[in-house]
Structure formats: structure tokens, C-alpha cells
Design a protein around this ligand. Structure first.
Ligand SMILES: [Zn+2]
Length: 323
């Protein structure tokens, strides 16, 4: 096996792009927050993580805060400031009809349309279509909305909590305990053979022919590198070497961050997919990946992960790495 130099990501993953200033100091300053609300813009997010969009999903359609409420609602979450505009998120309940043409390459998540004809889309579907500022705002909004929806009671005493710090913490109504948005680390690893093959696998619940690189959650007391080695051994029975960090991206579905690595393995070693978790694993030649990428991410026998995922960015970066 000839060792190829570790490759690097050719661009930031779609959801790691962000430009808004988070302005942590404003979060506990009620006067400043009220001021930021007055001229603010609000991303509405429904319980499926969808927000209003325009221009075929390439831009968000936030509402002027003053159209929503004259005074800042307690549930408003401050996402950050861009130029002279503060951006906020609010959970909302809205009646939407599904549309027939989801933009996401996954085909599982898509758009919906309101009674007024406004399109709403989710982050997986449009994350890669948005510009850097919008991608960062929508990612943060979905992460905060998902956290609040799943953290309504104190983990210590069980009492209800209320949002505080403009959505960046909760405070327990019983014991006063503060909690902050949680993020679960997960590793994702592109395993290659040191030459021209990459190891891809598919889960039984995925659409036919969909394959991706391997991933799994970090366990308590485990390093990221140990997690990479364990997950790949568990999922396909292969021992990896040369583990290198590539980059990361938030993945708020509901609250992960994907931490990307590359590693090498011997393609002659037998692949033993884990029962129930991995339906099939195979070494895929570089030429087959190149062909799929040239065709929008799929061929009749290989569907690559969607453009919003770090998996797609890692696969594209490996393909274009110099030999
Ligand atoms: Zn409590």
C-alpha cells in the first residue's frame, strides 16, 4: 500500500459557513436586546425545522420583528448581528402543504408551501444553496429551536424551565439551575486505501443505492480518534490507521456536531457489516465517485450524500486531492 499524503477539505462544509457576530455580551442586557428587536429580522422555524424562503430556496425570507410583535417576546432567540441588523429566531406553528419537488438530494426532506403560496424549506434541503450568512443563521436557529423543544424540564429536579439569555440558556423554575444548549459530538471518517478506493457503506433504512462514509457518536470517556477506530471496526470489521482530522460542521438534527476524519485501511481485509446497522459496505473506485459527482451526485447504482452534509464535502475533497 503506497501512502497518499493526508488530503484536506477543499472548502468549508456548507453549515460551517457563518458570518454573523454572535455578540454574547448582548444576551443578558435587556435594554440592548430590546433595541436589537426594534430593527431586527426574525427567522420563523416550524416544528419540522422549516423556515420561509425565497428565490427557489437560495435565500431566507425573515420577517421584520415589528411585524411580529412591538415588544420583544420572551421566547425570541438572538442569533447574531450582521451589519446593522440583528437576526432572531422564533418557533412557530403553521399549516403547510408538502410540495412535490424537494430540493435536497436526500429526497427524504423537502419543502412545503403555505396558504399564501410562500415556500418553507428545511436546512438539509437548502443548506448548501444559501449564502454564508444565511447558512450560519439558519443552522444556529434550527439548533436553538431543537434544543428548547427537547429541554423543557430541569435535568436535576424535574421542574419546568424558562428560556433566559435571549434563548442561550434555560433557568429552572424549581432550583434555579442554568443549562446551556447541548451538542453531541459524532465522528465521521472517510476511509481510503491509500490509493484510488474509498470505503462506502449503506444503512438498511436508506433509499436503494445510497452510500456514504462511516459515522458514529462519541461515547463518554472516549477520545475522538478512539471513536473513529471503534466505530469503523464495529460497523464493517476493518482496522484503520493514519487517522487525521479534516474539519467539522454543526448538524443540528437534533443536536450533533460532525467531526470529520480520514483514515486508511487495507482493501484486502474482509468487510463484515454490522447486523441491523450496515446493510452493505464496499470499496468504490475513484472513477466511480468522479462519475457520480459529474452527474449531480448520483449514477444508476450509486447515490452520494447530499450537498449539505460534511460527508459530501469530504468525498469531493478526497476525489480532487492530488495523487
Ligand atoms: Zn431544577
Amino acid at each position: 500500500m503506497t501512502a497518499r499524503a493526508p488530503f484536506q477539505l477543499v472548502a468549508l462544509p456548507a453549515l460551517s459557513r457563518a458570518t454573523a457576530a454572535r455578540d454574547e455580551t448582548a444576551r443578558k442586557d435587556a435594554d440592548r436586546l430590546d433595541q436589537l428587536w426594534k430593527s431586527g429580522q426574525v427567522l420563523l422555524v416550524d416544528r419540522h425545522g422549516r423556515t420561509p424562503v425565497r428565490d427557489a430556496g437560495t435565500a431566507l425570507a425573515p420577517r421584520p420583528a415589528q411585524e411580529i410583535a412591538a415588544d420583544r417576546p420572551g421566547a425570541a432567540m438572538l442569533l447574531g448581528e450582521e451589519g446593522d441588523t440583528a437576526y432572531w429566531a422564533l418557533s412557530t406553528v403553521v399549516d403547510l402543504r408538502p410540495t412535490n419537488a424537494p430540493p435536497g438530494a436526500w429526497g427524504l426532506w423537502g419543502g412545503a408551501v403555505s396558504d399564501t403560496g410562500e415556500e418553507w424549506h428545511d436546512l438539509r434541503g437548502i443548506g448548501a444553496l444559501l449564502d454564508d450568512t444565511a447558512a450560519g443563521l439558519f443552522t444556529t436557529a434550527v439548533g436553538l429551536v431543537n434544543w428548547h423543544a427537547r429541554a423543557r424540564f430541569c435535568a436535576k429536579c424535574g421542574s419546568p424551565v424558562t428560556a433566559s439569555a435571549a434563548g442561550w440558556s434555560t433557568t429552572c423554575t424549581g432550583c434555579g439551575r442554568e443549562e446551556y444548549p447541548r451538542t453531541d459530538p459524532a465522528v465521521i471518517c472517510l476511509v481510503h486505501d491509500g490509493a484510488d478506493q474509498v470505503l462506502l457503506a449503506r444503512q438498511p433504512i436508506w433509499p436503494e443505492h445510497r452510500y456514504s462514509i462511516l459515522a458514529g457518536f462519541v461515547e463518554t470517556g472516549e477520545s475522538l480518534e478512539a471513536c473513529v477506530a471503534r466505530e469503523i471496526a464495529e460497523e464493517v470489521g476493518v482496522e484503520v490507521a493514519d487517522i487525521h482530522y479534516l474539519g467539522s460542521q454543526p448538524w443540528p438534527f437534533p443536536r450533533s456536531i460532525m467531526i470529520g476524519f480520514t483514515a486508511t485501511a487495507d482493501p484486502a481485509a474482509p468487510l463484515t457489516p454490522a447486523d441491523g446497522e450496515i446493510e452493505h459496505a464496499r470499496w468504490v473506485p475513484r472513477a466511480e465517485i468522479t462519475q457520480a459527482l459529474a452527474n449531480g451526485g448520483q449514477t444508476p447504482t450509486l447515490i452520494l450524500p447530499g450537498e449539505t452534509s460534511i460527508a459530501r464535502q469530504m468525498i469531493e475533497s478526497w476525489v480532487s486531492a492530488p495523487a
